[in-house]
Ligand binder design. Structure first.
Ligand code: PLP
Length: 451
């Protein structure tokens, strides 16, 4: 929906149905929204634009690209080219967050904040799409044949060829970092269209890598539109389209099998009596949607995926709650899209992700900026985890599910009340290790000022 004037209160109320979370959403207060369309077995629906076979294919692709990744990024040598994060058990932090009761079951952090190559969950999406594109381009141009060593793509000859192409992307910051780093590592030219809320240090870091950064005075959706238009007009530009890309989505989806392995290593069971809960910070929806989809492919109805969004930017929440066919933005319901959590400052979710998640997403909870900063500080003080505000949002998840009245309703409706003690919560902390010391100290100072 697009509009030229501010929506009136009557209009806003008409957009969102009278569900328990509505007043809190419109009032920008933290809340939990349960998806009324959530249903079992949604992943086997024949109407979905992607399937579980696509997730398997993505894993195969990652595996095939691994030797090339190890060659391009020395930090990946020890993992033989795999881009993996740790599953971290909460220690002191568990108590600090108030999750020490039995009813909280097992609680882990999935530390994508420390992913190699890009320092955020975007290493799973952006790097994947760029490397896959490079492989396809090389094959189409006779530079890579079946049976060739994939590392051929890192030779001077092929890099010279890649340098004639540009990889473009629109970004609030982290996707630009990941795509820019990946593109430059293979010799591509790279252009990143940044939204007005992108942090200065992300811009600086990209320029140092030789990435062309175009700063827009507009929000993320507009930055993406501009980038797409420029790319469409030029065949030497490949556009990583965060609003529509299946590659990004599937790159993220492969994270679920990594989680499965890590849970198995720790002898954590996921079955009908031992549910798994995922809390996934959401911007446009690709990263959390991809991970949720991958997890559904593995754990089926025993996993419940929740997105988390800032109170002023709950784009997935408002769109999915509206039930509308046409995309609803946070502006349509009178919210500002202003947040310190730059990775989540997105006013309008991806239509592709909305379609896929329609019946697969358990719900969305929202967090205020003050709380995000407090969580950044808590994670640092009690667990030494360096998170950016977007990433810290995940930490609030178990509190909503276990203590909020809508969380209790969810437990009842899903028959989970007596299974919570055997449940496992995975808080997906999506970024932070690349945040410069100065900026991180500023977060801590802000948090202290609030306290
Ligand atoms: C990009 C990002 C997200 C959200 O991912 P989307 O694909 O935009 O939904 C969450 N946290 C961080 C730190 C990010 O960089």
């Amino acid at each position: 929906m697009s509009r030229s004037t501010e929506p009136s209160e009557v209009e806003m109320n008409a957009i969102l149905p009278a569900e328990p979370a509505r007043d809190d959403v419109l009032g920008a207060r933290p809340t939990l929204w349960l998806n009324p369309r959530y249903r079992k077995q949604a992943i086997v629906s024949p109407n979905l634009p992607i399937s579980t076979a696509d997730v398997d294919q993505a894993r195969t692709n990652w595996h095939r690209l691994a030797p090339l990744l190890a060659k391009c990024f020395p930090e990946l040598e020890s993992s033989e080219g795999a881009i993996r994060s740790e599953l971290v058990e909460l220690k002191e932090l568990r108590k600090a967050l108030g999750y020490d009761g039995r009813e909280f079951g097992n609680v882990f952090i999935k530390a994508d904040s420390h992913l190699p190559v890009a320092g955020s969950i975007k290493a799973r999406g952006g790097v994947y799409e760029v490397f896959l594109f490079a492989e396809t381009l090389a094959r189409e141009n006779g530079l890579l044949a079946d049976g060739d060593d994939i590392r051929k793509l890192a030779t001077d000859e092929v890099r010279m060829f890649f340098s004639k192409y540009t990889i473009a992307v629109g970004s609030t910051g982290n996707l630009g970092l990941s795509v820019g780093i990946a593109a430059r590592s293979l010799g591509f030219h790279a252009t990143v269209h940044m939204s007005s809320d992108a942090k200065g240090w992300k811009v600086e870091r990209l320029r140092k890598l030789g990435v062309e950064v175009i700063q827009h005075e507009a929000d993320y959706t507009i930055a993406v539109e501009n980038a797409r238009e420029i790319a469409d007009a030029d065949p030497t530009i490949y556009f990583v389209d965060d609003e529509q890309s299946k590659h990004l989505f599937l790159g993220y989806s492969a994270a679920a099998s990594e989680l499965e392995t890590q849970l198995t290593e720790r002898r954590i069971t996921v079955d009908a009596d031992s549910p798994l809960f995922l809390y996934l910070p959401c911007g446009i929806g690709g990263a959390p949607g991809g991970v949720a989809f991958g997890a559904k492919a593995i754990f089926g109805d025993n996993v419940h995926a929740f997105f988390v969004e800032p109170v002023q930017s709950p784009c997935a929440l408002v769109h999915m709650m509206s039930g509308s066919q046409e995309l609803v933005s946070v502006y349509d319901v009178g919210l500002t899209n202003k947040t310190e959590a730059d990775g989540m400052a997105v006013a309008r979710m991806s239509a592709f992700v909305a379609t896929v998640m329609r019946e697969m997403l358990a719900g969305v909870f929202t967090v205020a900026d003050d709380e995000l900063l407090r969580l950044v500080q808590t994670a640092w003080t009690h667990q030494g985890q360096r998170l950016e505000p977007s990433a810290a949002a995940a930490l609030a998840g178990p509190n909503f599910l276990v203590c909020h009245k809508e969380g209790k309703r969810f437990q009842d409706e899903q028959g989970l009340r007596d299974k919570m003690a055997k449940g496992t919560h995975v808080l997906w902390t999506t970024g932070g290790s690349y945040v410069p010391e100065e900026q991180f100290q500023a977060f801590l100072r802000q948090a202290a000022a609030i306290a």
